[in-house]
Design a protein around this ligand. Structure first.
Ligand code: ATP
Ligand code: MG
Length: 383
């Protein structure tokens, strides 16, 4: 009798995916861990020595370059997720074996290559900037003629925080952009040239899909960048037309269903006079969703954990009419000043300061727009 019971318990534990394996040990993994712990999930991270290990406070960080620790990771984890789309998908597939990877490899591979990503958007009827695939200087010159100027040229792989991009304003810029992005191995170059989008603002939509196919959407955010790095995200449901919201949700729904997706997804969008254009997707929790830690019933991190652990999704509604997130980049403010402000929370990742590095963020909620904006100004003065 008692044996039967313990069998049942262990079976339930197995099905409940008790240990979540995360590729990477940075702040995103740490925040998944902080919000998955109350659900009694354990975490095991695969990190590397160079990039620091904010997630080490949550669970063991194993060395991804060591075969012996990789074997421990494989044995220990019930499901695998990742913090960054810059993970070698073939390596991950082999590492995982029969262990589920969420979001799945198709989503990961699509997000890793701008050609595949844009072609997928197009095939699903998701509007984008006009684009041309480029593998030579001649093709880049031809793209400038086909698409017209200005152009944004990007490497097809490995771009982040605006790195791996060049702007082409005149035909003289074409060889400069080619030189800047083609690197030393000019034979294997894969670039994408995109028409320059005259957007009124940048938006993102974050959603989550469960193993059973349930989809929940967060209120959208408007995003501001400084030197190519996200600086402020504001939740903006009130300032969006119903049509814009519906379009954004339909784009995300198409992606989630096409990819049979599990977990949190972010889709970056340009708001233009012609409607919404999709820029890129991220198959993971996203910096423009950090506000949900304070501003939504269930944060993106908890919902990601719920989704990949096979649990029901949580409520994505906002708790207050206004919310925002300010990134702390390169240096930190006086924490006491921030902690004294009502309706704010401070997140520090425990990383050493370096120019351009994301060291933490501040979340804010407010009952009125004036209140939110005056808090944002106060904080920006501190920074
Ligand atoms: P991140 O990691 O910050 O998301 P990224 O390196 O992956 O950036 P993108 O998101 O494609 O690259 O581009 C970075 C920024 O460059 C965008 O947020 C937008 O401001 C601008 N940008 C990108 N593509 C275009 C375009 N076709 N037209 C106008 N601006 C663009
Ligand atoms: Mg982007």
């Amino acid at each position: 009798m008692s044996d039967d019971k313990s069998d049942l318990t262990s079976e339930m534990t197995d099905r409940n995916c008790n240990t979540l394996g995360v590729i990477g040990a940075g702040q995103l993994g740490r925040m998944m861990g902080l919000e998955g712990t109350p659900l009694n999930r354990s975490f095991c991270f695969l990190g590397d020595a160079e990039s620091g290990q904010p997630a080490a406070v949550i669970g063991p960080v194993l060395d991804r370059s060591n075969q012996a620790t990789l074997a421990i990771f494989q044995k220990k984890v019930d499901v695998i997720t990742y913090e960054s789309e810059n993970v070698n998908a073939d390596w991950l597939e082999k590492l995982a074996g029969d262990t589920p990877i969420y979001p799945g490899l198709r989503a990961l591979r699509s997000s890793q290559h701008r050609w595949r990503e844009k072609d997928m958007f197009k095939s699903l009827g998701i509007e984008t900037a006009p684009y041309v695939k480029v593998t030579s200087l001649e093709e880049l010159t031809a793209a400038a003629e086909t698409l017209g100027l200005p152009l944004v040229v990007k490497t097809a792989t490995d771009g982040y925080d605006g790195k791996g991009q060049a702007r082409v304003h005149t035909l003289e810029d074409v060889p400069l952009a080619w030189q800047a992005l083609s690197g030393s191995d000019a034979k294997a170059v894969e670039l994408i040239a995109e028409g320059f989008v005259q957007f009124s603002r940048e938006l993102s939509v974050i959603a989550v899909r469960s193993v059973d196919g349930d989809i929940q959407y967060y209120p959208m955010t408007e995003n501001f960048h400084s030197e190519g790095i996200l600086s402020v995200s504001r939740m903006v449901p009130g300032s969006l037309s119903e049509e814009t919201r519906q379009t954004a949700m339909s784009y995300v729904q198409k992606l989630l269903e096409h990819l049979d997706y599990v977990g949190v997804i972010a889709l970056e969008l340009f708001d233009t006079e012609q409607g919404l254009l999709a820029n890129e997707m991220a198959p993971r929790v996203h910096n423009t969703g950090h506000w949900t830690q304070l501003g939504a019933v269930t944060s993106q991190f908890e919902n990601h954990v719920r989704a990949i652990a096979g649990l029901p999704l949580g409520d994505t509604q906002a708790l207050q009419p206004y919310a925002a997130m300010i990134n702390l980049i390169g240096r930190l403010p006086n924490p006491e000043k921030i902690l004294q402000m009502a309706g704010t929370s401070l997140h520090l990742y425990g990383k050493s300061a370096r120019p351009g590095r994301k060291l933490g963020h501040i979340n804010l909620i407010a009952g009125t727009q004036d209140e939110l904006e005056s808090k944002i100004s106060l904080i920006q003065q501190e920074l």
